[in-house]
Ligand binder design. Sequence first.
Ligand SMILES: [Zn+2]
Length: 436
Amino acid sequence: MRRGFLLNGNGAKTKPTRAVPKPSPTVKDAPSIPEHPTSIILPHSDCASLPPRLLTQAELHEDFLQRLKADRTFSFNLTQIPPTYAHALDQRSLVLCYPGVKDAVLARGVRPMQATLRDWMFTISDVPGAGKGVFAAAAFPRGARVMCERPLFVLPTYIPVNVGERVGPRGMPKRISDVVVGAMEDTARTAFFELHNCKSDDPRDFQGILDTNSLSVGALPGYNGDNAAVFKNLSRVNHSCSPNAFYRWNEDYFCGEIRAARPIAEREEITISYHADVLDKRDQRQHILKANYAFTCACQACRIPVEERKRSDVRRGVLATVNTNAQKHDSDFAAWATDPTAPDDYIVQKYLRYAKMMDEEGLNEPAQWAIISHALAQAYCALKDATNAQMWLESLAEYTMVRNGTGSVWTELAKVPEKLEWWGVRVSSAPKLGSV
Ligand SMILES: [Zn+2]
């Protein structure tokens, strides 16, 4: 049987079948043609497993209208993942999704959480001036999973708003917020309303809490738009412009996870970036964080003395070009490798400069480090420098682990750098760096 709230062909509503029977949801005055979408504020998620491009809100709106045209009863479903019949002791998430998404998620498989739950690995405590924060209860090496948690609920960031329907203060249709709040289990609902709300003092402001605490899920099978998730603990991790950890969605376990982006000491606060691009200049970062999350960032990177700020902005600006140029790196590498007049250490020096700037900025952005590590591993292989090639392949493996939850390919290749296709490809008349 189809679960969730449904709109029939005449625009009248069908009472929802709730996943958890309390309290009663209300669905009122919801004509069937959505007028415009609302959206949920989400921090950046640079997970390598996300599809190349999520559909935009406008494309999703068009897609929704097409589906509605084909099936006038079409709407989102409210369900639970994993379903109640599977893994009786497992944590469950309430999920608002397109029809068919749940089946596609379950067909792909959802692994039970018990084996990977590590509540003892972190503690939640007060942070002066920043509400509550999450602290490491043990030391973690780079790449290690620090937190791992099923969301309280998941919902699409694209939500159609019907003509004349009741909406909350930030545009969220009441038919959505009422049904989601109503269907949450008591403990989940309590946990949700205890989360910080930077948007208002209204303790029942659903979207205020959502916009303050949502993290990205990315696409779910059968739906190529972004989804938002709210977590009991994971949503309490504070922001830093030089964070020590990285959030990613783990589709195997249907959970959010935080991985250490650098070694984290016991009792150190765990931080991630809420901002889309940590390489933005300080003023830009501060402006966007203030606008989206209503706080003035006082992280280590933002607290630097005024005279240092310009240097920091320049460094981050230079590092931003590394990403932009990543596409043409292969052709640059090939040109350098086959040009005996180019200095042997051209690529090495260039990327070691980037690595130094990353260190100076305290940046642990895994995507950025993966590009730098890859370029250095490639260049040292070309120069037949096994020791340095191995070191940067291991670095690449660690940052790939941070981003993807696995780095095994590079871990294996680091043991045999001379087997890589780049090995010895540098044509040079000069003696090679660190030849073996
Ligand atoms: Zn900051």
